[in-house]
Write a protein that binds this ligand. Structure first.
Ligand SMILES: [Zn+2]
Length: 98
């Protein structure tokens, strides 16, 4: 239900960053995953895209940029993926502090 998160004014998006770690150095970015949102007058709505759940179940998540991967258990500090950052900022979302 991607369409339900397009209202940037009345919802507060919950985003989590998670690091994609591949053997290739240039693949090392922290991607942003939208995990859910809180409507202005409602309760938190979780999307089926939880990084923690993905770690536990070894199921892939999809980042804002479209990157799909299984999050590792020990994320490290990498620069935020430029594409993810651009999308998040264009949607008016607050980024995870990093
Ligand atoms: Zn990304």
């Amino acid at each position: 239900m991607v369409s339900s998160v397009t209202s940037k004014i009345e919802t507060e998006q919950i985003v989590t960053s998670s690091t994609q770690v591949d053997d290739e150095d240039h693949e090392r970015f922290t991607h942003i995953v939208l995990e859910g949102y809180t409507p202005k007058d409602g309760e938190f709505v979780a999307l089926d895209n939880s990084v923690v759940g993905a770690m536990i179940n070894a199921t892939p998540v999809m980042a804002l940029c479209g990157k799909v991967w299984v999050p590792g258990r020990d994320p490290q500090k990498y620069p935020i993926c430029p594409t993810c950052k651009e999308i998040a900022e264009s949607m008016g979302w607050s980024l995870p502090s990093n």
